[in-house]
Design a binder for this molecule. Structure first.
Ligand code: NAD
Length: 501
């Protein structure tokens, strides 16, 4: 049985009280326990970070960059081990877990360029013999609170940049799949990061609340569901912290009648069912503009029927189980709800065969196969609410305008995609849609590390997106220096407001 500890001051630290179960989602069995931090345990992690920070802040840019390079190489060398850990606790298939490690590593690679990213501006002679320049400095101790669905990638949206910029970072991972955090912590140590600069507190609301209230935590990055994102933003800012809190999503794919329907069907199935739909950028609604609906649904259904569902460590599996039994049950409840709201259940994932088992609903483990609901009524709960599972809803619309209105009328604004061969229509869509990340014939438009990731509306609280240059900005604060080195002749007293001249 696994015993997942904290990581404080450069090594594993046992908790002293509560624990929570970690499951193997493919079998439903308990695979271990994770400690849930008390207030005192969070305080110990913050104290270790406070003690470590000044020396790390003062480490040269080149030295910091060298540690980042070494961490990158170690993470790359251990990527299979990390992916196996993720798969064993999250359930996603190994290749998908490797994909999240690769996308996270891109942020590490971006952060290796910190000497360039932290360059300020310099203006010589802003006034007579006066120069001005800007610098950006780290904040101190910052924290990241992350969701279950990307136990490596989402923390890596945060800590490479925070640490490269000269901060100490405390990670509070999801208690559902916490083991990746400890492997990453040990690799930071091996890379030469001083003890205390990266810490991990395992836990739940108790740990989150303490991080949000602790006076020595200067900034909090959060990724998770919308209600908790809103709470973290409001509580953290009320305690004087800088907060970026990324929330949930309901991502629509608008399919115009001129689109290549094979390309669309491939994209919708890949983006809807990859990682069992437990991705914040998953496509969960296809808006089929008349008259292509029936033909598109046929093509989607034939692809869905060919998918192989099975354990994440079986290389034949394309889709694994859901993360917990409670989450699977919640997702399943939307199937009957959808039918009661008037949708047609064209593929029922409860009946999907699982590799090595029987029908999903009878196989031990947290199984639900890919599910397709057609003719989902616009505005119904199944259409509006985040389900976060392998359920693809098809909503029929009569025009581009009707589709756009449905997207813009929703609560969330994380990602969206348009599929068309008409450049003018695509350009109009990118201009008119109220969403933060847009794909044009690309179903999951996750920005590269050198751009920033973030949605609009209830998908993001705060004004700074994550990673890229906005990430560098979030984890630093600016100073502008105005300097004059007097020549030997003194200019005399002047009480006027300084103007240039
Ligand atoms: P969650 O909100 O339940 O948990 C996220 C984090 O908050 C975890 O670390 C958890 O321990 C903590 N938490 C949970 N309840 C809390 C409470 N009451 N008080 C304080 N902290 C609490 O989210 P999840 O189920 O782990 O992840 C799935 C959600 O994350 C989905 O809604 C998904 O859309 C969202 N997500 C969003 C993005 C994005 O970039 N916008 C990316 C990934 C996931």
């Amino acid at each position: 049985m696994k015993n997942v500890t904290h990581w404080i001051g450069g090594g594993p630290v046992e908790g002293s009280g509560r624990t929570s179960e970690i499951f193997n989602p493919a079998t439903g069995e308990v695979a271990g326990r994770v400690h849930l931090a008390s207030v005192d345990e969070v305080d110990a992690a913050v104290a270790a970070a406070v003690a470590a920070w000044p020396a790390w802040r003062d480490a040269s840019l080149v030295r910091r960059s060298q540690v980042l390079f070494r961490f990158r190489e170690l993470m790359y060398a251990h990527r299979d081990e990390l992916a196996a850990l993720i798969s064993s606790e999250h359930g996603k298939v190994h290749s998908d877990a490797l994909g999240e490690v690769a996308r996270g590593l891109e942020v590490v690679e971006f952060a290796c360029g910190i000497p360039h990213l932290l360059k300020g501006g310099f203006s010589e002679g802003v006034s007579t013999r006066v120069d001005s320049y800007s610098i950006r400095q780290p904040l101190g101790v910052v924290a990241g609170i992350t969701p279950f669905n990307f136990p490596a990638m989402v923390p890596m949206w945060m800590f490479p940049i925070a640490i490269a910029a000269g901060n100490a970072f405390i990670l509070k991972p999801s208690e559902k799949d916490p083991s990746a955090s400890l492997l990453m912590a040990s690799l930071w140590k091996e890379a030469g990061l001083p003890d205390g600069v990266f810490g991990v507190v395992q836990g739940d609301k108790v740990a989150v609340d303490r991080l949000l209230e602790h006076p020595d935590v200067r900034a909090v990055s959060f990724v998770g569901s919308t209600p908790i994102a809103r709470y973290v933003y409001e509580t953290g800012t009320a305690h004087g912290k800088r907060v970026q809190a990324l929330g949930g999503a309901k991502n629509h794919m608008l399919v115009l009648p001129d689109a290549d329907l094979d390309l669309v069907a491939d994209a919708a199935v890949s983006a809807g069912f990859g990682s069992a739909g437990e991705r914040c950028m998953a496509i969960s609604v296809v808006l089929a503009v008349d008259p292509i609906g029936d033909e598109l649904v046929d093509r989607i259904v034939s692809r869905v029927s060919a998918l192989t569902v099975g354990p994440g460590d079986d290389s034949a599996s394309q889709m694994g189980p859901l993360v917990t039994g409670a989450h699977r049950d919640k997702v399943v409840s939307y199937l009957d709800l959808g039918v009661s709201e008037g949708a047609k259940l064209v593929v029922d994932g409860r009946l999907t065969s699982v590799l090595g088992g029987g029908a999903a609903q009878e196989t031990p483990g947290f199984w639900l196969g890919p599910t397709v609901l057609d003719h989902v009524p616009a505005g119904s709960r199944v259409h509006r609410e985040e389900i976060f599972g392998p359920v693809l809803s098809i909503v029929r619309v009569s025009s581009y305008e009707e589709g756009l209105e449905l997207i813009n009328g929703g609560e969330f604004g994380n990602g969206t995609a348009v599929f068309t061969n008409d450049g003018g229509a695509a350009r109009r869509f990118q201009n008119e849609v109220e969403v933060g990340m847009i794909g044009i014939n690309v179903p999951i438009p996750v920005p590269m590390a050198f751009y920033s990731f973030g949605g609009w509306k209830a998908s993001l609280f705060g004004d700074t997106h994550i990673h890229g240059t906005e990430g560098v900005h979030f984890y630093t604060r600016g100073k502008v220096v105005t300097s004059r080195w007097l020549d030997p002749s003194h200019g005399g007293v002047n009480l006027g407001f300084p103007t240039n001249g």
